[in-house]
Design a protein around this ligand. Structure first.
Ligand code: COI
Length: 356
């Protein structure tokens, strides 16, 4: 790795930091941000840390018209002895490049960018909150900046990393959610962009989410886009079911995002000797397991919530109440272990945490 010299322009007047009980998700941003540019001659160049500010992008920039963009999401946590830990960040860098490949965006040097991220966090270390459940959410994003309306990949890009202190996802304690099985809309199809972390996968889901919200439900369960049979994801998370003592998650099929919490969940279950399978599972099969009394737990996994237990599934006017609407034993153990490792409270036997 050849590190480019990173310029640092310090903000003159630092912002006032919000109280940890006001944080919410993605509402506050730190004093500085990271930027880097790409063009065909210079490749990725001019890495710099500057005061957090608006950026100037031409109205004809390709990001606005054809949505050529990718992003990532990871968190930094403050431990009780004031260390700052990142959770498996090399996986996020790798996935950023996988998303970029899919979206015809030039790849970054993963090690180099991780090093820049660590420098940014070192500068912003006072922004990493310490209250229970809080963290510093890290949002790397690449946008296509060519001022050109042709439908083709941009020749110039900007890479940014912004940081946002975020509150506990469960201020009132971890609570199972009610989910609507989505029959009309599709999140992604094999061969599409479902495995990439790209904007349209998220905004394209709003319509289904609106319908769930109207019915007082939290999220939707996504089925495959072709047969509308097989379970894929829940909301913006991967999904797991405990059925008759065995844990099942939909296999990565070309339309499911390769979650890092998903991967950590599978690795932990294997380590604990709990059978876990990545396989196709249809909603009809799940329904049959429910009526045979074999569906024991259901939960989503993702960076934002870590583990999100599913208490109810609404499918074709039927309500399936899972584990009496309570968090299951496996979901609880996973939540406690993953958040424990992330915050340094549980020994990291897997080498997942990296000091920022
Ligand atoms: C996650 O739960 O990790 C997500 O993908 C949500 C994020 C887009 C806010």
């Amino acid at each position: 790795m050849t590190l480019q010299t990173i310029a640092f322009e310090k903000r003159e007047q630092l912002k006032q930091k919000p109280n940890s009980d006001q944080l919410g998700f993605g509402k506050y941003f730190t004093d500085h941000m990271f930027l880097m540019d790409y063009d065909e001659q210079k490749d990725w160049h001019n890495p710099r840390i500057v005061p957090y500010q608006s950026i100037s992008v031409d109205p004809s920039a390709m990001i606005f018209h054809y949505g050529q963009t990718v992003f990532e999401g990871l968190k930094a946590y403050r431990t009780e002895d004031d260390q700052i830990l990142l959770f498996r960040p090399e996986n996020n860098m790798k996935r950023l490049n996988q998303s970029s490949k899919r979206m015809s965006i030039p790849e970054i040097d993963e090690e180099e960018v991780l090093h820049y991220l660590q420098q940014l966090i070192a500068i912003e270390q006072d922004w990493v909150p310490s209250a229970e459940g809080t963290s510093l959410y890290i949002r790397p994003v690449v946008i296509a900046t060519d001022p050109n309306l042709s439908v083709e990949p941009s020749k110039t890009y900007t890479f940014m990393i912004i940081l946002s202190p975020v509150g506990s996802y469960y201020p009132q304690g971890i609570k199972p959610v009610s989910i609507r099985v989505e029959q009309q809309y599709t999140r992604a199809v094999k061969g599409g962009t479902g495995t990439a972390k790209t904007a349209a996968n998220y905004s394209g889901a709003y319509k289904a989410q609106e319908k769930a919200t109207e019915q007082g439900l939290s999220q939707v369960l996504w089925l495959d886009g072709i047969e509308k049979k097989y379970i894929e994801e829940v909301g913006s998370m991967n999904v797991f079911f405990k059925i008759d003592g065995e844990v099942i998650t939909p296999e990565l099929n070309g339309s499911i995002l390769e979650g890092i919490t998903r991967k950590s969940t599978i690795e932990l279950l294997n380590h604990w000797g709990i059978p876990v399978k990545e396989q196709k599972i249809s909603m009809a099969e799940l329904h049959a397991y429910y009526h045979n009394g074999k569906l024991e737990e259901a939960f989503g996994t993702g960076t934002a919530a870590v583990i999100s237990p599913i208490g109810e599934l609404i499918w074709e006017n039927e309500k399936l109440v899972i584990n009496e609407g309570q968090i299951g034993e496996v979901a609880k153990k996973l939540y406690d272990t993953i958040t424990g490792i992330q915050t340094g409270k549980v020994k990291d036997r897997y080498g997942w945490t990296v000091e920022a």
